[in-house]
Write a protein that binds this ligand. Sequence first.
Ligand code: PGA
Length: 261
Amino acid sequence: MRRKFIAGNWKMFNGPKATSEFINKFSAEIKASPEVIKAVADGSEEIALFVPAISLTAAADGVKELPVIIGAQNCHWEKNGAFTGEISVPMITEVGATHVLIGHSERRHIFREINEELNKKVQAAVEGGLVAVLCVGELLEEREAGRAFDVIREQFIEGLKGIDAKTAAEKIIIAYEPVWAIGTGKTAGNDDAEEICGYIRKLTAERFDGETADKIIILYGGSVKPENTKGIISQPDIDGVLVGGASLKPESFIQIVKNAL
Ligand code: PGA
């Protein structure tokens, strides 16, 4: 049985002060939810928050007594250097974060990040000991042109170049986020989401092997809310969710965590 992975992606919300406030409230919510504490303790569920770089320290310090994973939203592939505005994998690990999002659609489409760079980031992240959450997803026009599967295949294959099966199973998570469903209130239908997540598992079997495909964690993201979590998570190839807007309030994020149990 694969563990469930419930993650919040805060995007450019919550500086250090708001992060500490969130964590105080979220901590109270977790402590009041024995079923969540049990699921995390027995390894059946993981809870993660991907926070702005400037809030990583506040987040990692804040969750020291809590079963919550902290991750960054991006990283550079070099350890140090003349890369103004960037943060590196050793910097992320130094503050106590253990995961990193790579290739979120906002990084791909607003900041023009390309597969080749994303692959360098994935390799640097896993070499530096982080779990890399590689995000993939098609644009509306790509879906309408019948190209969704091709786009996902290319992002998956190119993004994971140089990664071996053991690393893929243990250190890579794939998040399928159709771009047209992000922040729009439009969730992919459960069948559409399952179709692509099932395809990603099939690609994993082809690119690596069946055992890796059984183990790899695949998430769905795009307008996930407490009300649609159960339907999404009950799909056989969807192991968790990556939540934007609805992860910004402790009350709604804990509800998603609970509905996913
Ligand atoms: P959303 O964002 O839940 O606000 O649609 C998801 C994401 O971009 O990770």
